[in-house]
Ligand binder design. Structure first.
Ligand code: MN
Length: 248
């Protein structure tokens, strides 16, 4: 049974090729997300021969305010991408002033994905959970695309709403380091759980986490939920299959 890292930025490591090779060697099913469509060709090409690593076409909310976001370029590459991300909204202090621009881009991404159909999205929602869920509800019907909420930090009630909208959740070790995060993860249905490192943005022993570290997230989830780690591994594996199989 293979582990799953459903949100990692392999193109942000100093040695991207080495990071991809490490993920392949560890046989962890890894979704490597991007922050700008300009990064797509390189990510697509370097993962083409991979058995375990898949690329996602992203347009990161934190870059929208920097004016460097090219929606038309993102749209042009979309037919080549099965996975979409990192996308979403960020209403944190540094990015809140661009929230309306972010919202416009996010809505266009969601409606475009809905038109095309069959995409699997990994979504950022820092301090913007309600907005993100409202946007998904309005623009992406559950039968026209699948959503994984990455590093979800909303309330238990908001998580319940996300579940009714059909969303999955990818859980990392940083989320499991607070009482609030653990309580949230315990409240989630087992059949909606995935795991992630969000490397290099989480750390293991003072260095950036890699997909091969994903067992730490599995153990933390198992400990919080009071079940054996292999049960979590099996559930996540099953959830990945369900998420990526058409018409299920
Ligand atoms: Mn990320």
């Amino acid at each position: 049974m293979n582990y799953v890292d459903f949100h990692c930025h392999l193109d942000l490591y100093p040695d991207m090729g080495g990071a991809i090779a490490d993920a392949e060697r560890s046989r962890v099913y890894t979704l490597t997300v991007t922050t700008t469509p300009k990064a797509w060709p390189r990510n697509r090409d370097l993962t083409r021969a991979c058995q375990y690593v898949r690329p996602a076409l992203g347009i990161h909310p934190q870059l929208v305010g920097a004016g460097s976001v090219d929606f038309e370029l993102w749209k042009r590459y979309l037919p080549e991408a099965r996975y979409v991300g990192e996308i979403g909204l960020d209403a944190g202090p540094r990015f809140y002033r661009f929230i309306e621009q972010q919202q416009q881009v996010f809505n266009r991404v969601l409606t475009t994905c809905a038109e095309v159909g069959g995409k699997i999205l990994t979504v950022h929602s820092v301090r913007a959970v309600k907005r993100v869920l409202d946007s998904i509800e309005a623009n992406l019907p559950a039968d026209q695309g699948r959503v994984v909420l990455h590093w979800f930090s909303g309330s238990v009630a908001e998580a319940r709403r996300a579940v009714t909208l059909g969303c999955f959740f990818s859980i990392n070790t940083a989320m499991m380091s607070t009482d609030r995060g653990r309580a949230l993860v315990v409240s989630l249905p087992l059949d909606r759980l995935l795991t992630e490192t969000d490397g290099p943005f989480t750390a293991v022993g003072g260095r950036p986490a890699r997909p091969s570290d994903i067992g730490l997230a599995v153990s933390a989830i198992a400990a919080a939920r009071g079940c054996p780690a292999p049960d979590i591994v099996a559930a996540v594996h099953q959830n990945l299959k369900k998420l990526t199989q058409p018409d299920s």
